[in-house]
Structure formats: C-alpha cells, structure tokens
Design a protein around this ligand. Structure first.
Ligand code: GLU
Ligand code: ZN
Length: 281
C-alpha cells in the first residue's frame, strides 16, 4: 500500500507552500488508495512551539485533507539513540567538540549545507562528554556501503553522493538526533513508501539513502515536488508576511476553495508556471 506523509516542524505557522506540500503527499496516497500520514517533527527543542501542532491539525482539516497522525519525533528519541549506538558500534561515528565558528574557520570546502567539516576531531580523538556532537565518518561509511542508488518519481534514478555533505552530524549537542537520522528512521518506522517533500531536500536524500543501507532499513521511493515561490523568486513557505493558513482559516476563508486553487494552479497547468521552481536551491 502506498503510504505518504507530511512532516511539518512546529517552529512557525503553515503557509501556502506547506499546503501545497501536504496536498501533493495526500493526493499521491489517494491516487493509489493509500494512506496519508501526519508526523510532527518536534525535536528541535529550542525552536519548537508545541502549541503549533494543534494548529497544523486544524489547518489540514480546513483544507479537507484527511490523515492519520503518527507519533511525534519527541516521543522517539530512544529509537534514535539505539540507531546512533548501532552506527557507533560499526566504528563510523566519532565525537566532535568543535563549535560552528571553529568549523567555519577551519573549513577548506563548502557543501550543500555550508562549510564542509575538515575532520579536525577525527584526527584529534577527543574525550566524549555531554557537550559533544557525533559525526558520521563519511569516508568509512561510503566505503562500507559501496555504490547506492535511489529513485525519485519525478527525477528518475539517482546515484547517491552523500560525500558532498562531508562528515554530517547525526547526533547534536543541543538537541537529540539530527534531522537526517530522525527522518530516516521515522519514515521506516511509519512504513512510508513514497517520501514526498520539496526540492529543497532533494540532496539530503543522498544521506538518507546511505543511512538506510547502514541501518538495514527499507528503501522507499521519493517524490520531490517543486517549491512554490513568489513572483520575485522568494520561497513562499519562507515569506514572513504571507498570511499563515491559520489566519486565513480564522478570517473565515474556505479551506476547500484554497485547496482547490492550489490543485488547479499546480496540476492543471503542469507546474510550469513561474510560481514553481524545480531545481535545487
Ligand atoms: N520537518 C521538515 C520540514 O518541516 C520536513 C522533513 C521532510 O519532509 O523530510 O522542513
Ligand atoms: Zn570537531
């Protein structure tokens, strides 16, 4: 059975870009008589606003997207720890005490998410303590995994190139698991068969595919949809002054009509409009 999910982080209200993402996931599941899941990604303690989760549910109801909600990330930290320990036992995680500024200062190359970690702590071998992050030894991990592929429904078969990210952090100092570890485990636990999300996360999939291999997890298909943008090219989801779905809902707008409008724009016109970009930012 086709299972998709919408996985918002409760650190700000949902906007039209999120509605689009949810509709893509919902409709993809419905097309196959599958199931659409809602998962609240609330492990970023500092930025998380738990009260927003209730708003998200109401927003989806307002858009007439029916969903089954699965466990929020905050309740799954034990699973993340188990997986991190498994990777540690394989000898491919190492502790890192560097600050962001130290990494930036020592970096000699840049990856998709910023400065590439120069491997300082891999060579130094610091003593693990509470103020330690755990990084994936990308060279060892990719050696172990060999060549991996993954498939995107819209973009075809991809060769995984997780090395473009360098030694990513999988366990954070200030929060439990990193996004990469958490989302990979959750999608497996929740039985997600089609990971639908925006093109902004396209390259992150290289890391997720590697983690699936290392942890022996099932491999889904991905569906990276274009991002809705404003005429001036700004991402809709990130535009601060765009009205939140919750505001439009409370102002009495008809959510069914909003959803219909999103579907009409994006599906009838073949997503070719200037309002959508389809490349990695
Ligand atoms: N929680 C992530 C976000 O709100 C989405 C993660 C995903 O879809 O993989 O951007
Ligand atoms: Zn370090």
């Amino acid at each position: 059975m086709t299972v998709t999910r919408f996985a918002p982080s409760p650190n700000g209200p949902l906007h039209l870009g999120h509605a689009f993402s949810a509709i893509v996931a919902h409709d993809r599941a419905i097309r196959d008589q599958g199931e659409f899941l809602l998962r609240i990604e609330d492990i970023d303690g500092a930025r998380s606003r738990p009260e927003l989760a209730a708003e998200f549910r109401e927003d989806l109801d307002w858009l007439r997207l029916s969903y089954r909600e699965v466990a929020p990330q905050s309740s799954r930290v034990g699973d993340y720890r188990t997986a991190a320990n498994e990777l540690r036992a394989m000898g491919i995680l190492y502790p890192c005490t560097c600050t962001r500024a130290e990494v930036a200062a020592a970096a000699v190359a840049h990856g998709p998410d910023g400065p590439l970690y120069p491997g300082t702590c891999l060579r130094r071998g610091p003593t693990p303590g509470p103020q330690v992050a755990w990084r994936l030894d990308m060279e060892q991990a990719t050696l172990l995994a060999g060549e991996l592929e993954w498939t995107d429904e819209r973009h075809g078969v991809q060769i995984a190139t997780p090395e473009i990210f360098g030694d990513v952090i999988l366990w954070r100092k200030d929060a439990p698991a990193s996004y990469h570890l958490a989302v990979t485990l959750d999608d497996a636990t929740d039985g997600v068969t089609h990971v639908t999300r925006g093109m902004d996360l396209f390259r992150a999939t290289h890391i997720h595919r590697l983690l699936q291999h290392l942890l022996g997890l099932p491999v889904p298909v991905w569906h990276h949809h274009p991002l809705l943008v404003e005429a001036d090219g700004r991402k809709l989801a990130k535009r601060r002054d765009a009205p939140a779905l919750a505001d439009r809902r409370r102002a009495g707008e008809d959510g069914r009509a909003v959803a219909a409008e999103v579907r009409a724009t994006l599906f009838d016109t073949g997503i070719s409009l200037s309002d959508a970009i389809d490349q990695c930012p």
